[in-house]
Design a protein around this ligand. Sequence first.
Ligand code: AMP
Length: 261
Amino acid sequence: MEDVYAMPLHDRTTWLHGDFFHCLQPPVALGRTWRLVLLGPPGVGKGTQANLLSAMLGACPLSTGDIFRAARERGGTHSGLMQAHDRLARGELVPDDIVLQLIHNRQTCLRCEAGFLLDGFPRTTAQASTLDGLLAMHHVRLDAVILYELDERELVARLAGRRVCSRCEAPYHVTTRPTREPGICDHCGGPVTQRVDDKPAAIRTRLAAYFEATARVADYYRQQDLLLTVSAASEPDVVLAQSLQRLASRGFPVPQVSQTV
Ligand code: AMP
């Protein structure tokens, strides 16, 4: 389980770089094509759940934050992405027009036969309604939206202690999941650092942005009867089992996990 939630199993080339680029290993659906949105405040563990669900369901974990970080890694000078990175560093939301342009350039992923697990998108109701329009254009629909919930103090503790490998993106936490060697990734030996937006001022801004804008996205999906709520207070494998159980309660054919919830 440990390696599974450390990193995505897919290379996600198309998602990270746009429709002109092809995934090295196109993902394969396991059983059915799942199309899910994972919602919840920063620090709740959406990325970890996206990787765990991806291993169970086959769908590709797609994070918009990862697109911005990948662009930064490449040293791109596109003005929209430069502006996006300044916003990201301060913990502010990137403007809808920039985000939606990225999504327009990644429609291959929305219609991919393997399905998707969107993480960090949509974050505003304008983004959610654009996503609806794009999915309708490709004759596909969301199966469900999973909203992960956690007490705000715990969110701050998780974000402030989070560390990430700058090479392979494996996640760590200074107290709950430390590296074996200080500052060195257990998986690839890369440098493990703190994300620029996990500093205290940016954390406050990100949580405020979530409660101001993104929480409304949950209402948007609740009105469509797509919303399933899961507590993120437990260990990742328990949260995974609860997510699958919620999907099963809606009649979806989910694979079994050994965890008892
Ligand atoms: P994440 O990796 O999801 O925590 O996202 C990191 C940062 O990227 C956010 O704090 C925003 O600055 C930016 N970002 C990612 N996705 C979006 C989005 N859908 N809308 C606006 N800003 C976003």
